[in-house]
Design a protein around this ligand. Structure first.
Ligand SMILES: Nc1ncnc2c1ncn2[C@@H]1O[C@H](COP(=O)(O)OP(=O)(O)OP(=O)(O)O)[C@@H](O)[C@H]1O
Ligand SMILES: [Mg+2]
Length: 254
């Protein structure tokens, strides 16, 4: 199986703190892969290095065989890596549809001239972005809310809108940072099914950070566990659940 995403000895230090230490990750194309670990383990920091937000102190990130280190977030997104944020980042005053369109904007083929003079290409491009965004709102079950301002959405729907926007960039890999945080049981069950559909129907590889063990164990094929910046386990949900180091890391943090 080919690795879509591969990191080698990824390390980052903040002052005296080594937040991620020698992290090796291989996510295969088409996989639904979980990254878990106690609070402060370094999970979001890994996402920040994968997506060009942080430059690693050491080590490499490759996506689709290309070196990601040194690229900025826009370049990484163009390469096909998209993400959502642990703290939701939407444009509150824009509509739900416009928020999703900001994702589709990334592959825009228009230039400044087209925008300034509203050329036919400008309108074609806007329609393309609108169509992609609307299809993804339908996919996420948000099409009825397309005209609302993002700030009017309840919390669970805001999380889903973030995913729709990330998908609108037409990624190969989507990195979801705690997408179920703040959701109720029913919303979590629905989200599980949606994440599966993202992989199965949209054929997007999924890398998932999530604290809800039922959700992670229920949908991930392989899981890697971080603790204090280091990998302590890698395996199937069953292997992870029975791993003494993992049990210790979680109980130790209680
Ligand atoms: N920009 C930064 N400057 C200094 N320290 C940082 C920075 N970013 C992260 N850290 C530290 O790195 C460690 C890992 O943080 P990170 O947010 O990656 O953890 P996490 O696994 O995502 O935790 P949680 O489950 O609570 O979201 C923490 O000790 C955090 O304080
Ligand atoms: Mg985090």
């Amino acid at each position: 199986m080919t690795s879509l995403l591969a990191t080698e000895d990824l390390t980052i230090r903040f002052g005296g703190l080594t937040a991620v230490d020698g992290f090796c990750l291989k996510v295969h194309e088409g996989e639904l892969f979980g990254l878990i670990g106690p609070n402060g383990a370094g999970k979001t920091t890994v996402f920040n290095m994968l997506t060009g937000v942080y430059l690693p102190s050491e080590g490499t990130v490759h996506c689709d065989g290309r070196l990601v280190n040194g690229m900025n977030p826009v370049q990484v997104a163009r390469l096909g890596v998209s993400r959502t944020f642990q703290n939701i980042r939407l444009f509150d005053e824009l509509s739900v549809l416009e928020n999703a369109m900001t994702g589709a904007h990334q592959h825009s083929k228009i230039n400044l001239f087209d925008s300034l003079f509203r050329t036919p290409r400008h309108y074609r491009e806007e329609k393309r972005q609108r169509d992609i965004a609307y299809r993804l709102l339908e996919f996420m079950g948000l099409e009825d809310r397309a005209g609302l301002a993002a700030k009017q959405l309840p919390y669970g729907h805001r999380r889903k809108l973030e995913i729709a926007r990330a998908l609108a960039t037409e990624p190969k890999l989507i990195c979801l940072d705690e997408p179920a945080a703040g959701m109720n049981t029913g919303e979590k069950a629905e989200l599980s099914a949606l994440i599966r559909k993202i992989r199965d129907e949209l054929k997007v590889t999924v890398l998932l950070i999530e604290h809800d063990m039922k959700l992670v164990m229920g949908i991930c094929e392989r899981i890697q566990v971080l603790d204090y910046g280091k990998t302590i386990a890698l395996g199937t949900p069953k292997e992870i659940q029975n791993d003494p180091k993992v049990i210790e890391a979680y109980l130790g943090g209680e």
